[in-house]
Design a protein around this ligand. Structure first.
Ligand code: ATP
Ligand code: MG
Length: 184
């Protein structure tokens, strides 16, 4: 199954949510000039041991695992390898995790970006209390969405009200369209 980049990012974001993070930062850099798409998820959740990082990034190289390990991280890593990119996880137990993935933008196997607004909507739906900052950067512009700012404006209304979720999705996608204006 061909996953777009947004779906790959959602997998990584869901891991951060699952790790009980009180703060998650997603940074996407979409650069024509440098011919790259950089994706970074930083959280302050439970983190992973070195051994665990090895296990999740290369599940097939690990023999006799005592614990079932999923594939979300491994798929993202595989994608970066397929698309002339790079992949890196820095994690500290009890402090948090940074996952960095990058692909060559014009690679023939590079998946489409997908619907970033919808992806963030899903993440918020999965964890109503999430504290998320999302940066989308092009060669000339930067768009920033923060749940903090939205909460302040909503004055106590839940983020997971259907109209609010749809609004968030559209707000983000409009911000991205504006940030992309002027890009080749
Ligand atoms: N940001 C993170 N913080 C802490 N642990 C993480 C993080 N990301 C991944 N992990 C650990 O790596 C495991 C595998 O994650 P991965 O996304 O590759 O697989 P998965 O199919 O999503 O499995 P799971 O359902 O367990 O998340 C997670 O279950 C978790 O234990
Ligand atoms: Mg996962």
């Amino acid at each position: 199954m061909m996953q777009d980049l947004a779906m790959h990012m959602l997998e990584i974001l869901m891991n951060s949510i699952g790790a009980k993070s009180s703060k998650v930062v997603l940074r996407v850099r979409d650069s024509v000039r440098d011919n790259v798409i950089d994706m970074e998820v930083e959280d302050n959740g439970g983190g992973m041991s070195e051994e665990m990082v090895k296990k999740v990034t290369d599940p097939f190289t690990t023999s006799r695992t005592t614990r079932k390990v999923g594939m979300g991280v491994a798929f993202m890593k595989g994608l970066t390898e397929q698309c002339d990119g790079s992949f890196d996880i820095v994690s500290t137990l009890g402090e948090g995790t940074v996952v960095k993935a990058s692909i060559r933008r014009d690679h023939i196997d590079a998946p489409p970006m997908g619907d970033l607004g919808e992806m963030i909507m899903y993440a918020i739906q999965a964890d109503e209390t999430i504290n998320l900052d999302f940066y989308y950067t092009t060669d000339t512009e930067q768009f920033l969405f923060t749940t903090d700012e939205i909460r302040e404006q909503l004055e106590g209304v839940s983020l997971v009200e259907p109209e609010i979720l749809i609004w968030i999705k559209e707000y983000i996608n409009e911000g991205i369209v504006h940030a992309k204006e002027g890009m080749v």
